[in-house]
Design a protein around this ligand. Structure first.
Ligand SMILES: Nc1ncnc2c1ncn2[C@@H]1O[C@H](COP(=O)(O)OP(=O)(O)OP(=O)(O)O)[C@@H](O)[C@H]1O
Ligand SMILES: [Mg+2]
Length: 464
């Protein structure tokens, strides 16, 4: 802690300076107010200890100048008996404390100690705030051309207020990007509020987004702020925006155009300053075609489009991501690396669950590992299986988006398997049946079932 001492009386100045220095504080002492202010302009001080009565420039003027130039510096005034009124006046202007002469050195040192403790708390508070903030920032790892392009867009638009629409399959990192957009923008010290449009029913969504007034509906027992209001000054992240019901889409469009909201059941118009970032797993243009998404809203949202390709289309990112997750999850077990063989197998796999699946696999491998490095041994079986399979009948990506009941799925699989066997056997029915481990008659009835007789014909001809 650094202290500026201003005292015109020499003995007082010297003894105080010594006492302060003995306590381990840095101290600069001056004889006049002018000299003191000169020092104050040149250097940073945590505390100014000044006599009230000084020739020419008084302690009061010193205090005023300090308050005008720097709001963090603490000022302690030393006053003679009988000038207490002006000391009280000084507190009003913003002095931290005053000491009435004569006072013991301990009195001053105690006041300084209190300030020191307070400063430490302030520092700690700043540090913790920074720490919390940096723990909120997620990093988007990747060095593929696609990832680089995404970084570039984020960097360019983060500080603007343009609406961003992020599109990508599940687990590709849409939320990571939304997060990055907020925490690298000028709005980073304001709230980042997420709304899962898919998780909320239509009626709930409206009151969640815009709030409601008491009595607006049964259960609205008091006024409630909506997420738009809570996000004021910051960013709102509308996740799965494609799931928003049509009626809400109209309302959202109006809010984006007018930049103001009305709480459900309320009549007051509330202006809002919110940056909107949206995410969708599906192609919104497709939804427009089928009439379940408004075209006008789409253009409002899609000012800056960011497309995150699935991991299988940017496999160059796999090694870097894998290493990142090993470092992230391996700390407790002191696992810091992954074998090149494991990376190799991972790079051949298609990752239908994208980066989320990769992260989960690494976490599991770390949990299973008995060594300081994770490798092939810990890889889940299905990863080995897919990479060693020559023909992948199951299109996992397709399945993700077009879920079918098990019987339909099995039929589809069986049909594909039959086609594959036919081709593999060079359209020889007997060989195809052998390949599948079934009787030829069974094969024939299955071909009939799946209307594959024409393929069978081809087969019969080639058999002749
Ligand atoms: N490029 C990346 N770098 C680091 N971590 C990533 C990256 N992409 C995704 N992740 C991690 O993968 C997980 C899934 O990411 P995120 O939640 O952002 O995906 P999403 O696209 O929003 O998925 P969903 O559509 O299912 O909500 C998170 O744990 C996230 O930290
Ligand atoms: Mg998400």
């Amino acid at each position: 802690m650094k202290i500026l001492l201003i005292e015109d009386e020499k003995i007082m100045r010297v003894t105080l300076q010594d006492a302060i220095r003995k306590k381990g504080y840095e101290v600069v002492s001056c004889e006049t107010g002018a000299e003191g202010l000169e020092q104050f302009k040149r250097e940073n001080f945590d505390v100014v200890v000044t006599d009230l009565k000084l020739p020419k420039i008084s302690g009061m003027e010193v205090l005023k100048t300090v308050r005008e130039t720097n709001n963090d510096t603490y000022v302690i005034l030393m006053t003679a008996y009988g000038t207490v009124n002006s000391a009280v006046e000084a507190l009003k202007i913003g002095a931290y404390d005053y000491l009435t002469k004569p006072f013991s050195h301990d009195e001053l040192l105690l006041t300084l100690k209190k300030i020191e403790e307070h400063l430490n708390l302030v520092q700690e508070n700043i540090r913790l705030k920074k720490e919390i903030q940096s723990s909120k920032i997620k990093t988007f790892i990747g060095n593929s051309p696609a990832a680089k392009k995404i970084f570039e867009i984020v960097e360019t638009v983060a500080d603007s207020d343009h609406t961003v629409l992020i599109q990508g399959e599940s687990g590709t990192g849409k939320e990571v990007i939304a997060n990055l957009l907020h925490y690298t923008s000028g709005r980073k010290n304001q709230p980042f509020i997420k709304v899962s449009c898919a998780a909320l029913s239509e009626s709930l969504l409206e009151s969640e987004l815009f709030g409601h007034v008491k009595g607006a509906f049964t259960g609205a027992i008091k006024d409630k702020k909506g997420r738009f209001e809570r996000a004021n000054g910051g960013t709102i992240f509308l996740d799965d925006v494609d799931d928003m019901p049509m009626s809400m889409q109209v309302k959202l469009l109006r809010v984006l155009q007018e930049k103001e909201i009305e709480r459900v059941g309320g009549s007051k118009v509330i202006p809002i300053d919110v940056r909107v970032v949206c995410a969708t797993k599906v192609d919104l243009q497709q939804k427009i075609k089928t009439g379940s998404f408004r075209e006008d809203l789409y253009y409002r949202l899609n000012v800056i489009p960011i497309h995150i390709p699935p991991l299988r289309e940017r496999k160059e990112d796999i090694p870097l991501l894998a290493e990142h997750f090993v470092k992230k999850h391996g700390v407790a077990k002191q696992i810091h690396s992954i074998s090149p063989e494991a990376i190799n197998i991972m790079s051949q796999y298609d990752w239908p669950g994208n980066v989320r699946e990769l992260e989960n696999v690494i976490e599991r491998m770390i949990a299973l590992s008995k060594e300081k490095i994770i490798g092939e041994k810990e890889l889940p079986d299905y990863l080995h299986r897919q990479t060693s399979r020559e023909n992948d009948f199951i299109n996992w990506h397709y399945l993700e988006d077009h879920f079918l009941p098990l019987d339909k799925l099995t039929s589809r699989f069986e049909e594909n398997l039959l086609r594959w066997a036919l081709e593999k056997a060079g359209f020889n029915q007997t060989h195809a049946a052998e390949l599948l481990g079934i009787r030829r008659s069974t094969l024939r009835s299955k071909l009939e079932k799946y209307d594959l007789i024409s393929v069978g014909k081809q087969m019969n001809e080639s058999e002749v």
